[in-house]
Design a protein around this ligand. Structure first.
Ligand SMILES: [Fe+2]
Length: 283
């Protein structure tokens, strides 16, 4: 099979729906220190479907609030701007992520589940290694594999060739993906992040999540995206065709100044709280 052309990839990226206007507005508001709780709550509540999704997720066990949260205003006060921002982000991209990806042998819902678990793990890891913006780490974890949505289309045809390469040449799945298709899902994911006008360190973290040594803008954020991706695979979450075919990059551990046992501890903490992962589905 011939590699996919850049034009074709750009065209596919264009087909991905843009982030809704309200999402941009909410993201902007959360970044402005002069925004009040009322302003942010009103911006979210203006879109009823969004508000309902945010409330459903806010009430999941993952946000650790024992009593029920009934209003967006309460969610903003109790959970804080950063967490609410993440919930809006997650609710906005849910419809893009919630699809079947036969090319990666992922059933409908699996990419979403993997992404949300990665997002929670990324935030935990960020806190553990004192990365200054755990909420940004959450978004990196949430979106790191978004490029799979685009490359999926081509994978069914190329899959046998890629797997053959992995087995015979003992290269990681992504290297084989890149050699056969001409692109890997990380680079393509970076293009989606660019289209969505995400900050450049997020574009980098997504583009290089399998090659953290190449990061220049934020090696720490990229290292977090990488380690959470491999850790999720280790846990067997969203384990598709390429699961277990990615090795840990020792450089990423070094950048974050954490050890293998630290990482294993985080994996087991996240695994322990996996009982209610379905409650994180916004619909
Ligand atoms: Fe990946």
């Amino acid at each position: 099979m011939n590699p996919v052309s850049l034009d074709e990839i750009v065209r596919r990226v264009e087909e991905i729906p843009a982030l809704p206007q309200y999402a941009h507005k909410v993201l902007k508001l959360t970044e402005d220190p002069s925004t009040t709780v009322t302003e942010l709550s009103e911006a979210i509540s203006r879109d009823h479907a969004l508000a309902a999704k945010v409330l459903r997720m806010a009430n999941s066990a993952y946000y650790g609030y024992a009593r029920r949260i009934y209003t967006i205003g309460d969610a903003v006060i109790i959970l804080g701007f950063g967490t609410v921002r993440n919930l809006v982000m997650a609710a906005s991209i849910y419809h893009v992520m919630d699809r079947e990806l036969p090319g990666y042998v992922l059933a409908r819902g699996e990419l979403w589940k993997q992404s949300i678990v990665c997002a929670l793990m990324a935030r935990k890891l960020a806190r553990r290694c004192s990365y200054d913006n755990p909420e940004k780490a959450f978004v990196a974890g949430l979106m790191h594999d978004i490029g799979k949505i685009i490359l999926n289309t081509y994978l069914s045809e190329a899959f046998a060739v890629i797997l053959d390469k992995v087995n015979k040449e003992k290269v990681p799945f992504m290297t084989a993906e890149e050699e056969v298709l001409g692109f890997n899902h990380a680079v393509v994911g970076g293009k989606v992040a660019e289209k969505w006008n995400l900050p450049e360190e997020l574009v980098e973290a997504i583009s290089l999540h399998h090659n953290p040594g190449g990061a220049r803008i934020s090696p720490a954020l990229t290292a977090i995206a990488h380690l959470t991706d491999v850790a999720c695979m280790t846990m067997g979450v969203g384990l598709g065709a390429d699961g277990l075919l990615y090795p840990y990059d020792g450089y990423a551990l070094k950048v974050l100044r954490i050890t293998h046992p630290d990482l294993e501890e985080i994996i087991s903490e996240v695994s322990d709280s996996m009982f209610d992962v379905d409650s994180l589905f916004p619909e």
